[in-house]
Design a binder for this molecule. Structure first.
Ligand code: C5P
Length: 416
């Protein structure tokens, strides 16, 4: 699926869409719309009403989406796989195309007597409708009142178009063409994905803790993930400040401050933290530093050399508990075992909103690799954690997906 994705339009990649199909001849156009959404990297769950099935069979949409079409509210088999409330929560967008006059009336009045109308009530994702009906049915007063109510209820109304209708009439009521609806979907995600004008502070790379003037304690962080993130954040419109430990990479952003130690990183972060909307701790900060750094190079006279190490400040924990805390604090967890347990514990312990966990024990996803596989854990309430697995991809591609999710979470949190 991912081979078909246009590299410059990632707004639909990984998005989860419910495509609701109601009774109308325009349903045949929804097959084309579905194909476009899938090609752009979205996962689409098709839900058909009874009326829709009179025009097309679920099999058509199943073949295109790769997922069994849902048709019934209380179907035990599909409910066991994913309950309707779970499905409603799963969605990033619900698009009803075509949306019949009957379904508009249902939606406007909050009825929930079938799967699709129930999903519309149970979701907190945007619900968009693409009306399709005979021009007279569209113009009639009650339909217009329903439209007004739907508009007041913040439902997105896409179309209808005007022209010759399947029944031979002429006027408004044709469903928007699939390419127009597709563009609307992409635009909708771009709106929620955007970080235009948002201040983001990002740490990246390792830190180096001096032992003496020539030696240091370091780690294997290459900075690749953090630098790719800085680039993706900038592309999403954010004002990015990158605080970076020593790495061999050109900075993708103009505002880049180079530091060496955890203490320096801490100072640079806290000099700027008050103006930040989002903080992302991608740096592999050394947990300990040498208590007394030798002023001269240590000679190798003795068989043993004991260094006393003391704890470095935990930068991200302090950012997350700072009184003027950024809206979103995002951490990374590089683990070699028990990824899920360790990362969830870290998310809670450090008071983060989101954590990107990766297995650094593996050669394909480790520090120096250009690829990575990330398990995202997000705090949706005090104790509830949601997870999302981002499959193996280049660090650049993964960064775009992470930035999309960060943008969504940020915009959601801001709008609450
Ligand atoms: O505890 P651990 O080092 O595994 O946590 C990783 C996360 O905490 C990363 O987001 C890292 O940038 C951040 N961190 C920090 N300051 C430290 C240690 C880790 O900001 N001293």
């Amino acid at each position: 699926m991912s081979q078909n994705i246009q590299q410059n339009d990632s707004s639909l990649y990984g998005k989860q869409i419910i495509l609701g199909i109601t009774g109308g001849i325009a349903a045949y156009k929804s097959a084309d719309l579905l194909r476009r959404l899938i090609k752009a990297g979205a996962t689409v769950q098709v839900v058909m009403t009874k009326g829709a099935q009179a025009f097309l069979t679920p099999l058509t949409f199943q073949a295109l989406s790769g997922l069994a079409v849902r048709t019934d509210l209380l179907d035990t088999e599909s409910e066991a796989a994913m309950g309707h409330i779970e499905l409603a929560k799963w969605a990033d967008l619900v698009l009803i195309a075509p949306c019949s006059a009957d379904f508009m009336a249902k939606l406007a009045n909050g009825l929930a007597d079938d799967l699709l109308s129930t999903l519309c009530l149970a979701t907190d994702a945007p619900v968009a409708i693409a009306p399709a009906m005979n021009q007279q049915m569209y113009k009639t007063a009650v339909t217009q009142q329903n439209l007004l109510r739907l508009n007041q209820q913040q439902r997105l109304i896409w179309g209808p178009a005007s022209g010759v209708q399947a029944c031979g009439d002429q006027g408004p009521g044709r469903m928007e063409e699939p390419e127009i609806l597709f563009a609307r979907v992409a635009h909708q995600f771009k709106l929620t994905n955007t970080l235009q004008g948002i201040n983001v502070l990002l740490t990246a790379g390792p830190t180096q803790e001096a032992i003496d003037p020539v030696r240091y304690i370091g780690n294997r962080s290459s900075g690749k993930m953090g630098y790719a993130l800085a680039e993706a954040l900038q592309e999403a419109g954010a004002n990015v400040c990158l605080i970076s430990g020593p790495v061999n990479l050109p900075s993708p952003v103009a505002d880049c401050v180079k530091v060496q130690t955890a203490d320096e990183m801490y100072q640079q972060v806290f000099a700027r933290i008050a103006e930040q909307d989002i903080f992302i701790g991608c740096a592999a900060v050394a947990d300990y530093k040498v208590k007394e750094i030798a002023t001269q190079k240590i000679k190798k006279n003795d068989k043993q050399l004991a260094l006393t190490l003391i704890k470095n400040p935990d930068i991200i924990s302090e950012v997350a508990t700072f009184e003027n805390r950024p809206t979103l604090v995002v951490g990374f967890a590089a683990e070699t075992e028990n990824l899920l347990d360790n990362a969830s514990a870290k998310l809670l312990r450090k008071n983060l909103d989101l954590i990107c966990a990766n297995d650094v024990g593996s050669l394909t996803t480790g520090f120096a690799s250009d690829q990575n596989k990330i398990l995202l854990l997000m705090r949706s309430s005090e104790e509830h954690i949601e997870s999302e697995q981002l499959p193996l991809a280049s660090k650049k591609e993964l960064s775009k997906q992470i930035v999309n999710i960060i943008a969504q979470r940020y915009n959601q949190k801001k709008s609450k």
